[in-house]
Each structure stands twice: as structure tokens, then as C-alpha cells.
Design a protein around this ligand. Structure first.
Ligand code: ARG
Length: 605
């Protein structure tokens, strides 16, 4: 009988069948990195709150680091008797450091733990997807620029409709994929909520500090209802929906590539590297990559339906059913990454076949609308013009002629409004260039849009939106997190703290602003927590945006200067405090704090 971590109230051991039926470690081991990251933050918090000792937290964090290394190196023995990744890691921890390891799970449940792990995973994955879509967007614009002079028939009902620029067609996908990236970015707002501390469902009686854990894990918000936190998977449903929509767009493009590369169409040449041959028909070049993009879209829909259906009748709060949330999620993640990687590599090597596209434009009376518009501009009602144009098309069909091959004399027989300048509009190039309405296919329009898009991509650092708080362009959408730094003057010296955590070095005391707290209040509170000093704020040094300091968070720091009188003592995150002269600052100052101090000194000369 294998000892379960929860085995206390049981007198019989679990049936082997039950063990293999209920285990999830075979797939949720993918979460190990996030599980360990969350546990480290939790252990540090327990120590800060005096729930376990600092030494115990150190031992736990060090052992967790070793476990992570073992898993990284494929040296960890996952046991299905331990059910899931959470208990596999905890069991190992206890094996390594004994009773101290058993303290890690204080004030925590697997219910809030697994919710945290999934959120951490989806946050990283969403950011990666947004970055990859941005690369794809750049490739689309490049292609649109390279082939700006290629024209093609545009279709409705899969029938020749009106001539368009090939670039205009490509840029339609720019817009679709851009919206997809926006959707993933928006989803991040819902993912970015820290659930740990909700316990099994009702919270905990231990004096925990959830804000501290959120800060460590770079979440900008903490969940505010424990029952919601452990039962919520909306953010994952939304993610799967975003994947499905994106896949749907790629599938439409893929379908076109399949059709356009047939010998019947012969519009494009797909890169050899993304096609395969036939084992029996030597002449064949099959468009497998795009067919598979089309095909794999199906499973992204299936995964979305699976999770929606899984959640639809679950009473609050956690139910074991929810363990089934993972495989569809993992599968959609793998699928979307695969699609993106192929699209990014294949798209730049797609070659439009200019002459066959133009040849196609000579069939199907593609400028008939322009002829009707011509008559309308001359004063005929559009309905009447539509009818007469239809008669001309029927005549051309009978005579086996293109519209531009019918003589002006013949055309005049249909309406005497037609004059010799009619020939100017019947050619497809003319038709394209006439469509100058905003969003239309005229070359000058398309070039203007390309310019606009290039600015969008380049000036804002790839794929950015302006931070609503500081206006700084942030590369991927990261919720702005307000922080404060306080430069404390004490007897002509400056108080700095030596950090306990990465990045190691000296820093200005500071921290996160709490909910509903003013930045001034946060500065006074943080100064007290970090240095034990009661400070009096004197003034503002400035507001510093730190979009790149962390791959996940975009922190905006309000920096104050303040004065204090007593002797400081290292608090919270600090190993040490020190007093420094203006001109003898320590070497290893982290972040951009040297610059902030220089700005302060400039202000105070
Ligand atoms: N493996 C479980 C899951 O993924 C972890 C949570 C278990 N909670 C519980 N109350 N049994 O859902």
C-alpha cells in the first residue's frame, strides 16, 4: 500500500484501477515549472508572515530548486501513486527535507494551487503567441510590399467578382491576425489574477499576505472571492476560443492556398519545403502543410467544446471533473504553436504567379461593375445601368469577346451615353486604381495602408499598445503595475537596501501599491516595511516606466524623496541596509536606480 499524502482518514488503500483512472501526473507534469515557481513564492510568504521560519523557507526553496533541476534533466521519477504533479513534487520535497517539507502546504490547497499553475502557464503562452503573431504580421506586410504590382481576381461566391491587388488580399489577413493578437492580449487581463490564498474554497485562517505572493509572481491583481477563484476556468475557455478563432483564420488562408496552387487556378507556387510528393504519382506536389493547418483547426474547436461542456453543469466550487481541463488546453497550445511556426516560415516563400493571375482576369467580365458605374456617373440610375451592362455581358459571351474588345460603336448600340473614353475604364488595372475609397484596393490606398501598418509595427516596438497609465508603448500587453520607490535622506546620507532576491544588489527601498492606496501612502508604508523608518515625504523625483524590466510585468514607479531620523533596519526583501554618500554610492545598484538617484541629486543641488 503506497502512503498517500492525504491518507490519514483511510483504512484501505486505493484500488490500482482507481489509481490509474484518476492520475493526472502523466499529463499535468507539464506544469512543473509553474508549480515550483508558485510554491517558492508561497514558502517565502509563509516565512515573511512568521507562519514558518526563514530557515525552513530557505530549505524548502533550495530543495524545490533541486527538484526543478531533476525534472529539467529528465531525472525525476514521476509516480502515478502520487496522483498529480502537485503531490509528486510535495512528496519528493518531504523525502528530501523531512517534516519541513510538509509545512509547504500550510494555508494552501491543491484547488488554488492548480488554478495558479494554469494561470501562470497561460500567461507565458499568451505572450509567446502574441509575439509570434507579430512576426507573422511583419512577414505579411513584407510580402504585400514585394508584390505590390500583382493583380488578381477577387471572389464572391467563389466566382470572379472584381479585380484586386494581390497585396490587398494579403493585407486582409493582416487585419484578421491583428485582431487575433488583440484578443490574446485582452485575455491576459483575465488571466492576470492571482488565485493562491483562496484555499480549498473558503480562504484560510492563517495570516497570509496574498499581495506579496502576487508581487513575486508578477500578477497585478489578486482574486477577491475564494469560491470564484477555485471554480473559475473562464480565462481558459476564452483562451481556447482565441486559439480556435485564430486557427479558423489560418484555415481559410490554407484553403485558398490549396485552391490557388491547383493547376486549374495556378495562382501561386507553394514552397517545396512545405509540400510533399506522392509515392505513386511522380508529377505530384501536394500542399500538405496548408492542408494540415486546415485539418488541425478541427481539434482546436473540439478542445473549446470540451472545456465548455466540462464546465457547464459544475456546481461551485472545485469538482474533480476539472482535472479534465488540462489535456485540451495543452493540445490547443501545441497546435497553435505548430500552426504559427509553419505559417511564419512558409508565408515569406509563397510566390504569386503574376501572369496566370492576369490571364484569369481576362475571363469572367471582371470589370462589368465598372461599366455599370460608368453609365451611372453619366446620369443613368444604377438599376438601369446594371440591366444594360448585363445585356452587354450576354452579348460579349455570345460573341466570345472580352468587354474591352467590343468596339465603341457596338457598345453605343446599348446606350448612347457610352463614349470613346469607355475604354479607359474597362481594363482591370484602371478598375483597381479607381477604387480609392478608404479601405479600397487602389494602389495608392494600399501603399498608404502599408505605410500606416509599418509605423504601427516599427514605432511601437513590434506589437505594442500604449500603456493607459504612462503612455509608454509596451511590447506585449502587460498590465501596468504601480510601484513606489522612496529615496530617504538621513543625516546627509541616502538609505539603500541590499536585496535578498534576484536581481541581487543595492536598491532604493520600495514596493507595490496596494488596492485603493494612494502612492504617497504606499511610499510611507513601504519605507517602514523595508527599513523600519517613519518617513516624511518631501517631494517627487518623477515617474519611471519600466516596460522591459520583467518579461511579464510593466511596472510604473512613482519615486519620492523623503526624510527620516532614526536608525534603519533591514526589513522584508532586504539582507542589509546601508547609508551612502552622494558621491560614494555602491557599485552594484540594480534596475535603473542609479539613474533615478542621479535625477534626484540633480534636482537637489
Ligand atoms: N489534479 C487536480 C486537478 O488538476 C488537482 C486539484 C485536486 N483537488 C482536489 N480537491 N482533489 O484538478
Amino acid at each position: 500500500m503506497s502512503e498517500k499524502l492525504w491518507g490519514g482518514r483511510f483504512s484501505k488503500s486505493t484500488d490500482n484501477l482507481m489509481e490509474s483512472f484518476s492520475e493526472s501526473v502523466s499529463f499535468d507534469k507539464k506544469l512543473y515549472k509553474y508549480d515550483i515557481e508558485g510554491s517558492m513564492a508561497h514558502a517565502r510568504m509563509l516565512a515573511k508572515q512568521g507562519i514558518i521560519s526563514e530557515d525552513e523557507a530557505d530549505a524548502i526553496v533550495i530543495a524545490l530548486g533541486k527538484i526543478k533541476q531533476m525534472i529539467d534533466n529528465g531525472e525525476f521519477d514521476f509516480r502515478i501513486e502520487d496522483e498529480d504533479i502537485h503531490m509528486n513534487i510535495e512528496h519528493k520535497l518531504i523525502e528530501m527535507i523531512g517534516k519541513t517539507g510538509g509545512k509547504l502546504h500550510t494555508a494552501r490547497s491543491r484547488n488554488d494551487q492548480v488554478a495558479l499553475d494554469i494561470r501562470l502557464l497561460l500567461r507565458d503562452v499568451s505572450i509567446e503567441i502574441i509575439d509570434k503573431i507579430t512576426v507573422l504580421l511583419k512577414e505579411i506586410v513584407k510580402l504585400a510590399e514585394d508584390y505590390i504590382d500583382v493583380v488578381m481576381p477577387g471572389f464572391t461566391h467563389m466566382q470572379h467578382a472584381q479585380p484586386v491587388l494581390f497585396s490587398h488580399y494579403l493585407l486582409a489577413y493582416y487585419e484578421k491576425f491583428k485582431r487575433d493578437a488583440d484578443r490574446f492580449r485582452d485575455n491576459l487581463k483575465r488571466i492576470d489574477v492571482m488565485p493562491l490564498g483562496s484555499g480549498a474554497l473558503a480562504g484560510t485562517g492563517f495570516p497570509i499576505d496574498r499581495r506579496f505572493v502576487a508581487e513575486r509572481l508578477k500578477f497585478s491583481k489578486i482574486s477577491r472571492n475564494s469560491m470564484d477563484s477555485v471554480s473559475d476556468r473562464d480565462f481558459a475557455v476564452e483562451f481556447l476560443s482565441n486559439v480556435a478563432i485564430f486557427a479558423m483564420h489560418t484555415s481559410r488562408f490554407a484553403e485558398e492556398m490549396v485552391i490557388f496552387s491547383t493547376s486549374e487556378f495556378d495562382f501561386i507556387d507553394l514552397p517545396d519545403e512545405f509540400c510533399t510528393g506522392s509515392s505513386i504519382m511522380p508529377q505530384k506536389k501536394n500542399p500538405d502543410a496548408v492542408e494540415l493547418i486546415r485539418g488541425k483547426t478541427a481539434r482546436t474547436y473540439g478542445n473549446l467544446m470540451q472545456l465548455l461542456t466540462l464546465m457547464k453543469s459544475l456546481p461551485l466550487t472545485y469538482n474533480r471533473d476539472m482535472q479534465e481541463d488540462k489535456e485540451s488546453l495543452f493540445d490547443s497550445i501545441d497546435t497553435v504553436m505548430g500552426i504559427l511556426n509553419v505559417m511564419i516560415k512558409m508565408l515569406p516563400n509563397i510566390k504569386p504567379k503574376k501572369s496566370s493571375m492576369e490571364k484569369a482576369l481576362n475571363q469572367g467580365f471582371i470589370t462589368a461593375t465598372d461599366l455599370a458605374d460608368y453609365l451611372t456617373k453619366k446620369g443613368m440610375s444604377f438599376r438601369e445601368a446594371h440591366k444594360i451592362t448585363g445585356e452587354i455581358v450576354a452579348y460579349a459571351e455570345k460573341e466570345n469577346k472580352r468587354l474591352e474588345d467590343i468596339s465603341v460603336k457596338e457598345l453605343k448600340g446599348f446606350s448612347d451615353l457610352i463614349e470613346s473614353n469607355i475604354l479607359d475604364i474597362l481594363h482591370y488595372r484602371k478598375a483597381i486604381d479607381s477604387r480609392k475609397s478608404y479601405g479600397g484596393t487602389a494602389k495608392e490606398n494600399v501603399l498608404r495602408i502599408i505605410d500606416e501598418i509599418k509605423k504601427e509595427i516599427n514605432e511601437k516596438g513590434g506589437n505594442a499598445i500604449e500603456c493607459p497609465r504612462c503612455g509608454y508603448p509596451v511590447k506585449v500587453y502587460k498590465n501596468p503595475i504601480p510601484t513606489v520607490d522612496i529615496i530617504i535622506a538621513l543625516n546627509d546620507k541616502i538609505v539603500l537596501i541590499r536585496r535578498k532576491n534576484e536581481p541581487l544588489g543595492w536598491a532604493i527601498p520600495g514596493g507595490f501599491v496596494d488596492y485603493g492606496e494612494s502612492v504617497e501612502k504606499a511610499a510611507v508604508r513601504e519605507a517602514k516595511e523595508e527599513t523600519g523608518l517613519d518617513v516624511e515625504i518631501i517631494g517627487l523625483v518623477g515617474v519611471y516606466s519600466k516596460p522591459d524590466r520583467d518579461p511579464r510585468a510593466h511596472t510604473i514607479s512613482t519615486v519620492f524623496y523623503a526624510k527620516a531620523e532614526n536608525i534603519p533596519a533591514a526589513g522584508d526583501d532586504a539582507l542589509d541596509v546601508g547609508l551612502f554618500d552622494i558621491d560614494s554610492l555602491p557599485e552594484d545598484i540594480v534596475f535603473d536606480h542609479r539613474k533615478i538617484l542621479e535625477d534626484y541629486f540633480k534636482k537637489n543641488i
